[in-house]
Design a protein around this ligand. Structure first.
Ligand code: NAD
Ligand code: WQD
Length: 341
């Protein structure tokens, strides 16, 4: 079993992946500065797994800290989640996004290189495909022009990692392009806990259902989609976590850069999501149709065949399960982790 450094491991996708790795018997070291997470997520991971990951509170931009961490722990691979992820905020604060996401990854790679750690799984995003491709999106398509600094930061990191792998064959790097992660662990103990008003659809819907928000704004019903609302490939965070484990294993036998979409291959509209959530929760989700949101595309879903062929991984959970698990998490934790460290 390997020791894996998980940056951003206290966050939404990170905490579910830490749990999956602990359950698979790996040793885990989490590095997180807690800028968008709570220590409580990892306490709950400990309870669920009966194991304790090492936790270092700190920043991926802190080179001295990284050098110490690699010196103290026999890390053989890194799963890199740490970064900022709000599209709107990235437009207002581009420098913070390039500093955290691009410069942070650069510092992490420099420290890995110095420590001789060359296996890396990176959290990329379907946003790097940009607009204008026919659906579904497959990994062979050229990357496009993301419409915001967040998306550009992901694309820059993909290119940086490609150059690094081309310069030195000892690197083996997985770029995982997530579609729309939703859901929570089936226990309802860990889940997504956005700070402030949620930007993403599912956390907003869940907060309406639980009574924290009055109604959902549906951004546009005049798209060229079956019911006019936007279509996305929602993927259960448990499936996503399992995908990281498969990628980590696959990279152990490969060199160079490998790109894998992590999606279900199926699209669902905003209204389908709302109806499914109402069924799962037994609560009404009032909504009002509002103008389209700037930067949104009509539809986006994955061709998920490559990950199935090369990783032996396939998303197993459908929309009903995604909604039921989101609702259990929301109902049991109406205020999230309460951010009370
Ligand atoms: P999250 O905000 O819950 O997790 C990110 C974690 O990184 C947080 O715990 C935060 O405290 C930590 N962090 C941020 N900057 C840091 C830094 N400089 N040093 C150390 N820790 C830092 O987000 P998430 O949804 O779990 O996303 C994880 C990764 O996946 C991110 O890189 C995100 O861009 C990417 N991603 C997310 C989605 C999505 O919709 N959730 C989609 C595609 C890609
Ligand atoms: C989904 C659908 C909205 C909120 C974003 C990032 C992307 C990736 C995932 C990280 C769209 C509609 C939403 C609301 C709504 N993140 N919607 N009312 O925009 O597909 O992707 O998160 O990499 O980069 O751009 O996800 O959840 O915001 O929206 O009607 O209050 O729900 O218009 O059709 P999106 P989302």
């Amino acid at each position: 079993m390997t020791t894996v450094l998980i940056t951003g491991g206290a966050g939404y996708i990170g905490s579910h992946t830490v749990l999956a790795l602990l359950e698979a018997g790996h040793e885990v070291v989490v590095l997180d500065n807690l800028c968008n997470a709570s220590r409580e997520s990892l306490r709950r991971v400990e309870r669920l797994s009966g194991r304790t990951p090492a936790f270092v509170q700190g920043d991926i931009r802190d080179r001295a800290l990284l050098d110490r961490l690699f010196h103290e722990h026999a890390v053989s691979a890194v799963i890199h989640f740490a970064g900022l992820k709000s599209v709107g905020e990235s437009v207002a604060q581009p420098l913070a996004y390039y500093e955290n996401n691009v410069a942070g990854t650069l510092t992490l790679c420099q420290a890995m290189q110095a420590a001789g750690v060359t296996r890396l799984v990176f959290s990329s995003s379907a946003t790097v495909y940009g607009d204008g491709h026919p659906m579904p999106l497959h990994e062979g398509l050229p990357t496009g022009q993301p419409t915001n600094p967040y998306g550009r930061s992901k694309l820059m990191v993909e290119e940086l990692l490609g150059d690094l792998a081309a310069s030195d064959a000892s690197w083996s790097i997985g770029l995982l392009r997530y579609f729309n992660p939703v859901g929570a662990h089936p226990s309802g103990e860990i889940g997504e806990d956005p700070r402030g008003i949620p930007n993403n659809l599912l956390p907003y819907v869940a907060q309406v259902a639980v009574g924290r928000r009055e109604r959902l704004a549906v951004y546009g019903d005049d798209y060229a989609t079956p019911d006019g609302t936007g279509v996305r490939d929602y993927i259960h965070v448990m499936d996503l976590a399992a995908g990281h484990l498969c990628a980590l294993n696959a990279l152990g036998e490969r060199e160079g850069v490998h790109i894998w979409n992590l999606g279900t291959g199926q699209g669902h509209s905003v209204l389908e999501v709302v109806r499914a959530f109402e069924r799962a929760s037994g609560r009404a989700v009032p909504f009002r149709i509002e103008p389209r949101r700037a930067g949104d595309v009509a539809a986006c879903w994955a061709d998920a065949a490559l990950a199935e062929r090369e990783l032996g991984w396939k998303a197993e959970r459908g929309l009903e399960e995604m909604m039921a698990d989101t609702w259990r998490w929301q109902r049991q934790n109406p205020q999230g982790y309460s951010q009370d460290d």
